[in-house]
Design a binder for this molecule. Structure first.
Ligand SMILES: CC(C)(COP(=O)(O)OP(=O)(O)OC[C@H]1O[C@@H](n2cnc3c(N)ncnc32)[C@H](O)[C@@H]1OP(=O)(O)O)[C@@H](O)C(=O)NCCC(=O)NCCS
Length: 144
């Protein structure tokens, strides 16, 4: 059974060792403890984690940026990929954004991370802009 929950600071403190272990070696994002823990506007209200059969399976670290829920780090643990968990997590981000009167989801994705770029295309995002020297696309999903 899949459950998506709010990622409070208390929960993150508890799960940080697991998050660091799962994301170690991920080539497009190399967050330290400090990155995970840093405070951002509404971060602890808008961020989520996913459980599959009571085991943590992924997270989306989000904050409030202008009129958007901005996704800073979206990650499904390897053994839970291709099960539409990422899809469910994004749906939940949309739900939270709506509840907080935000009209868009935004994120930056390395354009060599083609799996993720395709995943976001399939889930309603488009490319709004790019930052070539950082190899990043700014991607947006408008929500009604
Ligand atoms: C990108 C990422 C978030 C996708 O998460 P996911 O949970 O695997 O996504 P989904 O299951 O919703 O979709 C992934 C694929 O599985 C397929 N799929 C899902 N369930 C399936 C099923 N039951 N049978 C067959 N295929 C299935 C989807 O169609 C999709 O196809 P693709 O491989 O051709 O792209 C995940 O791979 C990840 O965390 N990657 C590392 C971190 C990362 O890159 N984050 C983005 C940084 S910007």
């Amino acid at each position: 059974m899949i459950r998506i929950c709010q990622l409070t600071k208390l929960e993150l403190d508890r799960m940080l060792p697991l998050f660091l272990e799962q994301t170690r070696g991920f080539e497009y994002n190399n967050w330290t403890r400090e990155n995970f823990l840093s405070d951002l506007p509404d971060k602890w209200l808008l961020s989520i984690f996913a459980e599959s059969d009571r085991k943590t399976a992924g997270f989306s670290i989000n904050s409030h940026k202008e009129d958007a829920l901005h996704i800073h780090y979206f990650f499904v643990f390897k053994e839970y990929r291709k099960l539409f968990l990422g899809n469910k997590m994004l749906d939940h981000c949309v739900k939270i954004a709506k509840e907080n009167d935000l009209s868009r989801l935004t994120l930056k994705c390395n354009f060599e991370n083609y799996k993720a770029v395709n995943f976001y295309f399939r889930n309603g995002f488009h490319i709004e802009d790019m930052i070539p020297d950082k190899k990043l696309y700014l991607m947006v999903r408008n929500i009604g």
